[in-house]
Write a protein that binds this ligand. Structure first.
Ligand code: R5P
Length: 301
């Protein structure tokens, strides 16, 4: 098996390759003065199973184009198969029409991913469980929840003083699954409203009981507004210890500073997106999904 990496998340790709007892296969990405990219793989792939790791996080469009080009290069060079590992799938939140006149951006992305010649995709904690159904190629949808459950057990957060919190009703399924992994840890959900034009969030109520300690669980942190809205409501309701578990550290705008300054004790995320040094902060802990991905890739052999 040959493992290639785009430029968006090389540390994760290296860890995956290491767990597969191999090294990343070399490729050249040349950027022309006008910004166009030229991709060239520097290893023979004829009749080989190839894997390409690329998170389509910011800069989303550029990272997608790079992925398309790498898969095309692999295909044209005679690979037996091409599996794309996209730990964070850009545009996943635009999976349907919210307001009249909008494009369904995710569908455009899916059509292109399929057209370019991928055989299989490995994706992580998608915003909606319906997304895999939109593809016409096999999709393996992995989740960081087992990793979070392990961490919660390690931190010894007990069921009688801790409650899992979904910051919106859309995340209920996620916390129910996590609760099952934690011998029925209690859970509650915040009722969140988002202004579709401005993205601004508000939260007034919690469905379910809160406890002294709350673990907010979400798929991603982008601006941090959903988490901070949840934190403010939990503090008002008398919660005194708040931790956050979110798979994808999108961290746009000033999210790292806002999270660091908040009452949150610790923010656990995964390496589905590389967090550059300037976005790291003392309360952040990154858990690696490399083993889960490598284990899935091994199943193919
Ligand atoms: C929304 O439904 C998602 O699950 C996340 O809560 C949301 O996308 C996070 O975005 P932000 O950090 O900008 O509030």
């Amino acid at each position: 098996m040959k493992v290639f990496s785009g430029s968006s998340n090389k540390p994760l790709a290296e860890k995956i390759a290491e767990k597969l007892k191999t090294k990343l296969s070399p490729l050249e990405i040349h950027i022309f003065p006008d910004g166009e990219k030229r991709v060239r793989i520097l290893e023979k792939v004829v009749d080989n199973e190839c894997v390409v790791v690329q998170s389509t996080s910011t800069p989303t469009d550029q990272n997608y184009m790079e992925l398309f080009f790498i898969v095309d290069a692999i295909r044209r060079s005679g690979a037996k198969s091409a599996t794309a590992v996209i730990p964070y799938l850009g545009y996943q939140r635009q999976d349907h029409i919210f307001r009249e006149g909008e494009a369904v951006s995710l569908e455009v992305v899916i059509r292109t991913l399929e057209a370019v010649g991928m055989d299989k995709l490995i994706l992580f904690d998608l915003h909606s469980i319906k997304i895999p159904e939109l593809f016409h190629i096999p999709v393996c949808h992995l989740s960081a929840l087992p990793l979070f459950a392990e961490k919660i057990k390690e931190e010894r957060f007990t069921n009688n003083s801790t409650v899992l919190i979904s910051p919106d009703m859309g995340g209920i399924r996620r916390i129910k699954m996590l609760s099952e992994m934690l011998s029925g840890m209690p859970y509650a959900s915040i009722v969140k409203n988002r202004n579709l034009a401005t993205g601004e969030t508000t939260a007034e109520e919690i469905e379910g009981e809160v406890k002294k300690r709350a673990l907010i669980v979400d798929d991603m942190i982008s601006s941090g507004s959903t988490i901070i809205t949840a934190v403010n409501l939990l503090l008002q309701k008398g919660v005194s210890e708040i931790y956050v578990f979110a798979t994808h550290p999108v961290f746009s705008n000033a999210a790292p500073q806002v999270l660091q300054k908040s009452a949150i004790k610790k923010v656990f995320v995964t390496d589905s997106i590389e967090v550059p040094e300037k976005k790291q902060f003392p309360k952040l802990e990154v858990l690696s999904i490399a083993k889960m991905i490598a284990d899935e890739l091994k199943k193919k052999r």
